[in-house]
Design a protein around this ligand. Sequence first.
Ligand SMILES: Cc1cc2nc3c(=O)[nH]c(=O)nc-3n(C[C@H](O)[C@H](O)[C@H](O)COP(=O)(O)O)c2cc1C
Length: 223
Amino acid sequence: MTPSEAVATRRSIRQFTDRPVDAAILRRVLEKAQRAPSGGNTQPWNAIIVTGDELARITAAIKQKAKSAPMGEGHEYDIYPKNLDGRYEDQRKAVGRAMFDALQLKRDDGAGRIAQMMKNWDSFGAPVQLFTYCPKYMGPPQWSDMGMWLQTVMLLLREEGLDSCAQEIWAMYGTYMRELLNVGDEHIFFCGMAIGYRDVDAPVNNFDVPRMSIDDVISWRGF
Ligand SMILES: Cc1cc2nc3c(=O)[nH]c(=O)nc-3n(C[C@H](O)[C@H](O)[C@H](O)COP(=O)(O)O)c2cc1C
């Protein structure tokens, strides 16, 4: 698989099969992903990779928590800026619309939409979760480094025929996630990433995810 093919075939998968993932493949991917770049080579990413009974324990605990605190509790960063607007907010809404349309969930079907959202807690059926965190004192440049590492992992997973969905939603319960994962409060929880094999036929994995034109986001100078 070429890098272009890995980029083109990566998408956020929201329905996985129950096919287990070989730990040796994950180790290979994670070893290779250590080549991801980072400012000053600080390599600020940390992660806990979870499957089986341990993932079941975390899943059960977070579902319980989501019942008692449905709007989140103890989040340590804002998943979106409070004043998100313009094309950024438009794009955020557009992908939600495209996903709910693919699932034939109408605008007024609040229960159906919430049920879809709740599938996050089951990792969309994926057998593996990668929970990421970094020291609390790290700033935006190091968070950007974490993103580069995550994308490197996601593309290498494609090379192995695997799929993923990054999941910030777990950060709605950031302090609780650290507690569940036994990560000290000198760290901040960033996100999860569901890992497994895609259900190729699921409509939720097959809708078109719109992207801006490069003419709207890149200005060329001096060419
Ligand atoms: C850091 C990060 C966190 C994300 N968190 C979630 C999430 O909690 N739940 C979810 O369904 N999708 C999540 N996504 C997926 C985005 O919605 C998705 O990347 C975006 O809509 C573009 O679609 P694509 O990944 O299919 O190309 C996340 C993506 C990133 C990069």
